[in-house]
Design a protein around this ligand. Structure first.
Ligand code: NAD
Ligand code: UFG
Length: 337
């Protein structure tokens, strides 16, 4: 496998993965409709790696435009990042979320069949586990009852991919359930670049740290956790990107359908992340305690034993590293990319 189609390739995780692919001898072919990223990302990938990846501005929901990419390129495998991902927005715009996330995936499956492409890595999420009955979460734990339409799209797509693989056993598909990706490329050139008020904790902390926002709102300090704030498994986006390279290698064994948690195996509370950020960057992050955010779970972190064993991969960076990199990116790009 050499030529890897990367949908959503100019996004936060896609761009970091494109770098990891280039650095490991692959040829990434990026496709993105730029609904949540900028074409400038392609220049920055070139600056970092010395190679300009092929880029197509195309919407995966537009079958004809997407087919054009398959006609022009030889594709050995696909990493499917493209999708809408804002949990809160998915509650107010469910139709857009179901239609974008499902249609793009169905089009991809139709084109993979038409062009005989057999290998697919899908960006799923720990959100498919819903409210965990126990932590750490294992891949065989029950999936279902997401707390929002975004999560439902991930559950539905996992189901669609399972059915597609059952119907065509020559397909090799990896469902990667990411925990909480944070951090940025250490160059400070690429990172998370949300529009408007950040939904996620790390970009919010970064904007408080550079004075763009007054204070962090900690959503609840009355959870049954060690300091009362929510616990998550924060994984550096660099480690996550390498997890995709490891997964492509795994697909070469023709395993059929496989599922892996990509996390660190370690839970960190909101306040622990705030303190790690302060320690990493020598800066205070003012915060206030607000009520819980609806739909949040108290605690979730991954059991990563299966990914470590079968992918020969494990995370290498800790939250302090990720806080340094995220802050560097924020300082270098105060108004985004
Ligand atoms: P992102 O928004 O930065 O990247 C997604 C990219 O897909 C964007 O560049 C966007 O423009 C593009 N896109 C969206 N719809 C498209 C379409 N129809 N056609 C072509 N391009 C389209 O998000 P990210 O954080 O890099 O997430 C990548 C994937 O990982 C998503 O599927 C997301 O749901 C999943 N994921 C993310 C997280 C997280 O916390 N960041 C956690 C779990 C899973
Ligand atoms: N939080 C705050 N203040 C904020 C933002 C978040 O206190 O301003 C807290 C949340 O309550 C939670 C923790 O920080 O306890 C992490 O919240 P995020 O919004 O950063 O991340 P989530 O765990 O809610 O969700 C993320 C992604 C989802 C993905 C999920 C997988 O946004 O796409 O991880 O576990 F599905």
């Amino acid at each position: 496998m050499k030529n890897i189609l990367v949908t959503g390739g100019t996004g936060f995780i896609g761009s970091e993965t494109a770098i990891a692919l280039l650095e490991n001898g692959y040829r990434p072919i990026l496709v993105d409709n730029l609904s949540n990223s900028k074409e400038e990302v392609v220049d920055r990938i070139e600056t970092i790696t010395g190679t300009r990846p092929v880029f197509y501005k195309a919407d995966c929901c537009d079958l004809a435009a997407f087919r054009d990419v398959f006609e022009k390129e030889t594709i050995d495998g696909v990493i499917h990042f493209a999708g809408l991902k804002a949990v809160g927005e998915s509650v107010s715009k469910p139709i857009e979320y179901y239609s974008n996330n499902l249609e793009s995936t169905l089009n991809l499956l139709l084109l993979m069949r038409e062009f005989g492409v057999k290998n697919l890595v899908f960006s799923s999420s720990a959100t498919v586990y819903g409210v965990p009955k126990r932590v750490p979460l294992k891949e065989e734990d029950p999936v279902g009852n997401a707390t929002n339409p975004y999560g439902e799209t991930k559950i539905m797509i996992e189901r669609i991919l399972e059915d597609a693989q059952k119907a065509d056993p020559s397909l090799n598909i990896a469902l990667l359930r990411y925990f909480n990706p944070i951090g940025a490329h250490p160059s400070g050139l690429l990172g998370e670049d949300p529009n408007g008020i950040p939904n996620n904790l790390m970009p919010y902390i970064c904007q408080v740290a550079v004075g763009k926002r007054k204070e962090l709102h900690v959503f609840g300090d009355d959870y049954p956790t060690r300091d009362g704030t929510g616990i998550r498994d924060y994984i550096h986006v660099f480690d996550l990107a390498e997890g995709h390279v490891a997964t492509l290698k795994r697909l070469e064994d023709k395993p059929g359908l496989v599922v892996y948690n990509l996390g660190t195996g370690k839970g960190t509370s909101v306040l622990e992340l705030v303190h790690a950020f302060e320690e990493a960057n020598g800066i205070k992050v003012p915060y206030v305690i607000d009520p819980r955010r609806s739909g949040d779970v108290a605690e979730n972190f991954a059991d990563v034993a299966k990914a470590e064993k079968e992918l020969h991969w494990r995370s290498r960076f800790n939250v302090v590293d990720a806080c340094k990199d995220a802050y560097r990116f924020q300082k270098k790009n105060p108004n985004g990319i």
